[in-house]
Design a protein around this ligand. Structure first.
Ligand code: UDP
Ligand code: MG
Length: 315
């Protein structure tokens, strides 16, 4: 590869996608060329056991922009992304599935808003029909994370996204190996104060093979990741509502105890619940002390500045 630094690095994590690679990569290259984008493509073969690596090596003959990185064994989606971002040199990294679910035609939509946004996520609109239980799970996670992050998260786990490379590099150590990587980056960008934008995209059903996402295994991970990422930046957002609920339960237990006994007393259940609420408050205070010692303000989020009254905005 030359010393030329491209503007955009498009990263494809690849695990057993031998049949879709040629079209996915070909479409992306065509759209990027048509848009006059200065780009490179990075395909990370995540230890596929099919012919994916060979297909990628063959594609390099016709696609000079393509860099292929190989994992010696399957390490997971997030791990493949970490590798891709590490190798990328573009100012912007764009992440895209290699199974044909994401359309190259939507790439300009994501790139258009960077800057002033630091992370642009393509969200799957209602016309996308995945399995019903997955849609339901996604909705629950979107609602919970939106409330915790105080931002309308339209699609927590969508993998089709573009971001400023230097910004995401701050958070690479937090990236998990598996599918919760997308949720992690959404939440840390929001919580660390970067500019996040959602744009609607067209998601296709998977053309072949099966999704490697497992509702139960990955579902629990998503929940754990939501709580962990919010805990890193804003633990009170979790502990205070918990303390509130426990206090209400304690009051209810107390009231019921008095009503049932017909005289003033404090039932054991109420004492226990009050204690639990107190512990939640104290844990929250302690956690926010810990969070504040490790929160880092990088001060590199994109800004829109008006230099003189009525002047042109600069981003
Ligand atoms: N992938 C990967 N390593 C894995 C599992 C998946 O690199 O261990 C890749 C896969 O080839 C695809 C992308 O990550 O390009 C998303 O995976 P998948 O389509 O299974 O997830 P879904 O779209 O169902 O969320
Ligand atoms: Mg997919």
């Amino acid at each position: 590869m030359s010393d030329h630094i491209p503007h955009v690095s498009v990263i494809f994590p690849v695990y057993q996608e031998e049949t879709t690679l040629e079209q996915c990569l070909g479409d992306a290259v065509r759209v990027l060329k048509e848009g006059g984008v200065d780009f490179e493509i990075i395909a990370v073969d995540d230890g596929s056991k099919d012919r994916s690596l060979q297909v990628l090596r063959d594609l390099q003959q016709s696609l000079p922009h393509l860099k292929v990185v190989h994992h010696l064994y399957n390490r997971g989606y997030g791990s493949a992304l970490r590798t891709g971002i590490r190798v990328a040199r573009g100012e912007i990294v764009l992440l895209m599935d290699a199974d044909g679910q994401h359309l190259a035609a939507d790439i300009p939509l994501l790139l258009e808003h960077l800057p002033p946004y630091d992370l642009v996520i393509g969200y799957r609109t209602a016309n996308y029909r995945g399995r019903w239980y997955r849609n339901f799970g996604n909705r629950v996670f979107n609602a919970l994370s939106s409330w915790l992050a105080k931002f309308e998260i339209k699609d927590l786990t969508s993998g089709f996204r573009a971001m400023r490379r230097t910004a995401v590099e701050h958070f690479l150590p937090l990236y998990p190996n598996g599918f919760s990587a997308s949720a992690t980056s959404t939440l840390v960008f929001l919580k660390a104060g970067y500019n996040v934008l959602y744009v609607p995209i067209h998601v296709q059903p998977r053309k072949q093979g099966n999704s490697k996402v497992n509702l139960f295994k990955d579902g629990w991970r998503f929940l754990a990741i939501i709580l962990r990422m919010v805990m890193l930046y804003d633990p009170m957002r979790i502990f205070m509502p918990l303390a509130g609920i426990l206090s209400l339960l304690a009051l209810a237990a107390w009231g019921l105890g008095i009503w049932a006994a017909g005289r003033l007393l404090i039932p054991n259940s109420a004492t226990l619940l009050f204690l639990m609420a107190l512990i939640a408050v104290l844990m929250g205070l302690l956690s926010s002390q810990i969070a504040s010692t490790r929160i880092h303000y990088f001060g590199d989020e994109s800004l829109v500045i008006y230099e003189t009254p009525g002047g042109d905005p600069r981003s």
